[in-house]
Design a protein around this ligand. Structure first.
Ligand code: GLU
Length: 466
């Protein structure tokens, strides 16, 4: 069987956005599923809009997601000679021709056509036909090169997502494939690359459906095998509108900043327009085993932040403490916080990760263990009422000698509240606030035990001062 070859071909005009990431994921997974090759191609021919920073942002995004390519990255700008050579071959073969119609003439042509109710199109003045005499080329004028599109028949392809699509050839203009300065145009570069990179499956956004019949015609004229096409529907925001910056994070790396794990984002994207029964949570390995193009929904997929958050919480719980603490550590260091060995960041994370749905929340929770803490005076006053002070004093006293483990600390808390006839929260709340500045924490005995005894006693001693 023929080797499956897919590609992701972003234009580096901005960051890797969530729609692009899904296209990349599906192309990658399809190649993986079939033990094929996944190619990364940077379509940087639009020099006015492409930037090195955007190229880097795309590479970073792919790297963060772990979507490794087997070949490339290929840069179209580095392949200009190849495109020009193919244009020359087409001119020689008569499948392309020089056209000297100026942009002004084209504008006039279109105006007249519109005025008479015709579809605006190139009138074919310079298109060679058997028995037709072409006008002499104007002196010194530089021609564009046009593809000699068939006039008869239609272009048909069985889109692997959208089903059969047919376009009559008389709907298609003779596409400009090289500008007057000799530079090849966008659709042409895509064709040459898909051909020479032997792409078998073009999986891309459905904003390219209109390009497909033109590309198929050029491929056919080149004698190239036409790949199969799968056009993915767009992604809508939570509100059903086209996904845009307005919806918050659209750049993949923004999800990193916002505390998402790449596996959560990948799992989320995998289910965005594709399904495998009711399966919601699965690894990328499992996804690659399951992934096919038959179960992609042709309708638009709607983004659901709540579901992404749910998946992220799931993956945070699943991730081992060592990896999580590495991720949280770099966030805390970026905030300028020095992390000491004690309290142990890994232990903090082990205790808190069950209740957090993103890495920033986890970092917020861990941060208070390493800073010079000044609990909010109002919150403290609310919980550290005079009736609590004797129980707290007993706790501090007992804490000096107690075995420094959560169960022993829990027993000490119980003794103290029992002695003073208090309910558990009465002592637990001021302990929480004094130690972490927060009113919501995991089990208070476990939180106390995270601190080295001296640090815990120091924070509690602040109560007698305050
Ligand atoms: N460069 C195009 C884009 O970023 C994709 C072209 C293609 O996949 O054929 O939208």
């Amino acid at each position: 069987m023929k080797m499956i070859r897919t590609r992701f071909a972003p234009s580096p005009t901005g960051f890797l956005h969530i729609g692009g990431a899904r296209t990349a994921l599906f192309s990658w997974a399809y190649a993986r599923h079939h033990a094929g090759k996944f190619i990364l191609r940077i379509e940087d021919t639009d020099v006015a809009r492409s930037t090195p920073a955007a190229v880097q942002a795309i590479l970073d995004g792919m790297d963060w997601l772990g979507l490794a390519h087997d070949e490339g990255p290929f840069y179209q700008l580095q392949r200009m000679d190849r495109y020009k050579a193919v244009i020359k071959e087409m001119l020689d073969a008569g499948t392309a021709y020089h056209c000297y119609t100026t942009p002004e003439e084209l504008d006039r042509m279109r105006e007249t056509q519109r005025a008479t109710g015709l579809k605006p199109r190139y009138d074919g003045t310079w298109r060679p036909e058997p028995g037709k005499t072409l006008p002499p080329p104007p002196d010194g004028a530089l021609p564009v090169v046009r593809f000699r599109n068939p006039v008869e028949g239609k272009v048909v392809w069985d889109d692997l997502v959208k089903g059969r699509i047919e376009i009559a050839n008389n709907e298609l203009d003779d596409l400009v494939i090289a500008r007057a300065d000799g530079t090849p145009t966008y659709n042409f570069c895509v064709v040459v690359d898909d051909w020479e990179m032997e792409i078998t499956h073009v999986i891309r956004g459905d904003d390219h459906v209109n390009n497909t019949p033109r590309q198929i015609n050029i491929l056919t004229a080149l004698g190239a095998e036409v790949p199969l096409y799968a056009h993915l529907s767009m992604i809508l925001g939570d509100d059903g509108q086209k996904l845009s910056k307005r919806h918050g994070a659209v750049s993949v790396m923004q999800y990193d900043d916002d505390g998402y794990l790449p596996e959560a984002v990948l799992n989320y994207l995998a289910r965005l327009g594709w399904s495998h029964g009711d399966e919601e949570i699965f690894s990328m390995q499992q996804f690659c085993e399951w992934f096919d193009l038959d179960h992609i929904t042709p309708s638009a997929a709607q983004f659901n932040t709540e579901k992404l958050n749910w998946l992220n919480a799931h993956y945070i719980k699943q991730t081992d403490n060592a990896r999580l603490s590495g991720l949280v550590r770099s966030r805390l260091e970026a905030r300028g916080i020095t992390i000491t060995d004690e309290p142990s960041l890994e232990a903090i994370i082990g205790l808190y990760k069950e209740r957090m749905s993103n890495l920033n929340e986890l970092a917020d929770a861990a941060e208070v263990f390493y800073i010079d803490l000044h609990p909010n005076a109002d919150v403290l006053a609310l919980h550290l009422t005079p009736e609590i002070l004797p129980a707290l004093a007993d706790f501090i006293d007992g804490a000096k000698g107690v075995e420094w483990e959560a169960p022993a600390i829990a027993a000490l808390i119980k003794t103290c509240i029992g002695k003073h006839g208090l309910k558990m929260p009465k002592l637990a709340m001021p302990l929480r606030v004094l130690l972490t500045g927060q009113t919501q924490t995991p089990s208070v005995d476990a939180v106390v035990a995270l601190f080295p005894r001296e640090i815990a006693l120091g924070r509690l001693a602040a109560a007698s001062v305050g």
